[in-house]
Each structure stands twice: as C-alpha cells, then as structure tokens.
Design a binder for this molecule. Structure first.
Ligand code: PGA
Length: 250
C-alpha cells in the first residue's frame, strides 16, 4: 500500500482571522488518519508561524507553496528552504502551473527548487501538467515527460523516494472542469510507468496526487483509481466542510 496524501493549496487566500476559523474546523472535523494517510495545508509564507502554532501536535501537517532555488544571499523577496524549516514545514509545492505560467518558472528552475527543498529535508510536491492547447495537440505525454526529466536529471530517480508528484492538468485548475477519473488515471499510469522503466520499486511506492477542481462530490471516484494516491486541492481546501469530505474520501 502506497502512502496517500490530501494537501490543500490555499494559494493567495486567507487572513489571520479566517485561517484560524478554518484550521479550528479542520482540527475538530478531521479524524486521525490511518498510518499511511497524511493531511496537509500549504499556506502563504506570512502565515506559516501562526499555522505552525495552531497545527503542531495535531495530525495535520503544513507546508509552503513555493521556495527559492537559492540557499541564501542577495535575493530580495525570496524565501529559502531553511527558513521553511524554521517553521516546521513538512512540504513545499514546486512547479505549480501558476508559478510556471505567471512567474516564468522553467522546468530547470523547478528542478532546482525541488532539489533545494529535498536537501533541506522538505518533501517537494512536484506539480506537472499540460495546458488545454497541449492536450488538444496530443502532446500531453511529451510535456509531462519534459517536466519530469528536468527533475530526474538534476536530482536522480532515487530522489523520488522522498517526493510527491501532483498531476494537475492546467485546464482543470480553478475552472470547475475536472479531468474524468479515467483521464486522470491514464496520465498517472503514464507517469508511474515512465518511472518504473528506471526503477520499479520507486515507481510502485511513489505517491501521485491529482489536482484540478477536486471537490467533495468528485473526490471519491478520483481517489478510487488505482494510480491516484490523493489530491492537491485548491478552492475546496478553503471550505472546511469540503476539505474534510475530500480528506475522508482518500
Ligand atoms: P483547484 O486548484 O482545486 O482550485 O482547481 C488546484 C491547484 O491549483 O492546486
């Protein structure tokens, strides 16, 4: 049995008051998961300290949505992996499509962020996924292969023993258009097979999340697919009731 994870990605949402209400409801409403299941929230940097305060000694983990590819230095506005460690982060999302598309992160930069996160002991949640145009041009697999290759070339296939992959088709993010369970399963299987060609055991144990309009009413069928090991949840992670329902479906 593989490890499973449901991680919320709050994106640039929240404030101290709402966060406290949301986390209070999650703590009260989320039963302690089985040993192979993890729940987490990935929050904006300024809230890490208070989220750490609130969630330590609970069964909810936390993490960041991004980090710098540099260890330290004159990089105004950046946040390092060590800084995330100071606030007890378990996870750091890297290569979210919004970072790739809106902030110009190339697969090479994403790979560097992934490696830096791992060196600091954080678990990178590596996002990969195609745009609608790429899907329509039938190059989904090539796109994902290129995104994964950058990471494997830099950090090695063994690095995947300490990472999570999230398949997030860009056309499904925040659009309400979820991939069908079968569409998602096909790509998850493609990813796992590609890694199995390099190392079977690593592929078998790798946690691969689906992300893109996962909601309370579609999570059960998505998580039932054999290669889907949980979800990366945007919008629905901001609503306690919905996030709890999704966590309970994994
Ligand atoms: P969504 O976002 O659930 O709001 O579609 C998912 C994500 O971007 O990680």
């Amino acid at each position: 049995m593989r490890n499973k994870l449901v991680a919320g990605n709050w994106k640039m949402h929240g404030n101290l008051k709402n966060n406290s209400t949301l986390l209070g409801a999650l703590i009260a409403g989320l039963p302690k998961p089985e040993s192979r299941i993890r729940y987490a929230v990935c929050v904006p940097f300024p809230y890490l300290a208070s989220v750490q305060d609130t969630l330590q000694n609970t069964h909810i983990n936390w993490g960041a949505q991004n980090l710098s590819q540099y260890d330290k230095g004159a990089y105004t506005g950046e946040v390092s992996a060590d800084m995330l460690n100071d606030f007890g982060c378990t996870y750091a999302i890297v290569g979210h499509s919004e970072r790739r598309m809106l902030f110009g992160e190339t697969s090479q930069v994403v790979a560097e962020k992934y490696a830096v996160a791992q060196r600091a002991g954080l678990v990178p949640i590596l996002c990969v996924g195609e745009t609608l145009e790429q899907r329509d041009s039938d190059i989904t697999e090539q796109v994902i292969e290129e995104q994964l290759k950058a990471v494997i070339t830099l950090a090695g296939v063994e690095s995947l023993t300490k990472a999570v992959i999230a398949y997030e088709p860009v056309w499904a993010i925040g659009t309400g258009k979820t991939a069908t369970p079968q569409q998602a399963q096909d790509i998850h299987q493609f990813i796992r097979k590609g890694i199995a060609a390099q190392d079977k055991g690593i592929a078998e144990n790798l946690t691969i999340l689906y992300g893109g309009s996962v909601k309370a009413n579609n999570s059960t069928e998505l998580f039932a697919m054999p290669d889907i090991d949980g979800g990366l949840i945007g919008g629905a992670s901001l609503i306690a009731e919905d996030f709890i329902a999704i966590c309970s479906a994994v």
